[in-house]
Design a protein. Structure first.
Length: 338
């Protein structure tokens, strides 16, 4: 298929691009580069041995979207383009509703106008809100504890309404847990602009000496060591889940499908720090900081539906996550030095 990746130059988008290419698909990336770097396309070309088009644009620009959908004869869209920092969403909710909700509505309008009705949406476990039970399965009630989560939940509801109104749509909602790690080549990985909001790149930058210490947000949660527990999934496993979901919705009569992408295993912040130190032989100084608004104590998946319906299961363990993250960070430092 010919597939458009919105936010395709970003962390998850670039890994999904590599996975799609290895599965025989043709792709074009559409990205405003607000939290990514155009040079990732050169590294993707090195991985895939193919030049992948990058169109610089914003998902709130309907004309630009219609142009790229038509020009590249796009058959399906995988939608990653969105702001995703919980703390920032609490401080700047208008920014999040504008980009995430309005941007997705504009994308859906452009897809409708161009007759493209196959969509895989990058959602989040934040739509489960404060967990009522664990592990979280797809039947868990949805809610949200922060504006970021509410944007994802609103988009899910929009997609459900679109699919209900027009049964020709084929929509997959993928509820990510916590992607970490990097491609085995070390050429692509998580490299956010500014101070990272996610744990693993923060740890990596402290290990590399780019940041002085890790901030651990909260040590008084009702968890084994008091720090937040999350379901960390290797980004390459996550990418494979997108390929499986795209394949599944092109073969189904169902207009809307929802799957968790996680491992079913929860690790605390300090578990992650200790694993990174053990696996990579580095030092990670840290300090305890106040809790962040909108965070929950524990969140981990039941991935059974994805295994049953997609034949997909995460296979890479915590050691692989830590090793690949550090490999990417070291190679990034070498590239920057050059």
């Amino acid at each position: 298929m010919k597939i458009l990746l919105t936010g395709g130059a970003g962390y998850i988008g670039s890994h999904v691009a590599a996975a799609l290419m290895s599965s025989g698909h043709e792709i074009v990336c559409f990205d405003n580069l607000s939290n990514s770097d155009a040079t990732v396309m050169d590294r993707l070309e090195a991985i895939t041995d193919t030049a992948i088009p990058l169109v610089k644009g914003d998902i709130r620009d309907g004309d630009a979207l219609r142009q790229v959908l038509n020009e590249y004869a796009v058959e399906a869209v995988i939608h990653f383009a969105g702001l995703k920092a919980v703390g920032e969403s609490v401080a700047e909710p208008i920014k999040y509703y504008d980009n995430n909700v309005r941007g997705t509505l504009t994308l859906l309008e452009a897809m409708r106008d161009c007759g493209v009705k196959t969509l895989v949406f990058s959602s989040s476990a934040t739509v489960y809100g404060e967990p009522q039970y664990l592990p979280l399965d797809e039947n868990h009630p949805t809610s949200a504890t922060n504006p970021y989560g509410r944007t994802k939940l609103m988009i899910e509801q929009m997609l459900a309404d679109v699919a209900a109104a027009d049964p020709e749509w084929r929509v997959a909602i993928l509820r990510y847990f916590n992607p970490v790690g990097a491609h085995d080549s070390g050429l692509i990985g998580e490299n956010p602009n500014g101070i990272p909001n996610n744990l693993m790149p923060f740890i990596s930058r402290v290990a590399a000496g780019r940041l002085d210490e890790l901030s651990v947000f909260g040590s008084d949660y009702d968890t084994p060591d008091g720090t937040g527990v999350r379901d960390y999934i290797h980004v390459v496993d996550l990418a494979d889940g997108h390929v499986a979901a795209l394949d599944a919705i092109t073969r189904t009569d169902q207009a809307l499908s929802t799957w968790n992408l996680g491992t079913g295993q929860g690790y605390s912040v300090l578990d992650m720090v200790e694993a990174f130190v053990r696996v990579n032989g580095v030092r990670i100084p840290y300090r305890i900081a106040p809790r962040r608004d909108g965070d929950v104590a524990s969140c981990f998946a039941s991935p059974e539906r994805a295994e049953r319906e997609l034949g997909w299961k995460a296979s890479r363990d915590l050691d692989a996550m830590c090793l690949s993250s550090w490999n990417f960070e070291r190679l990034l430092a070498m590239r920057n030095a050059d």
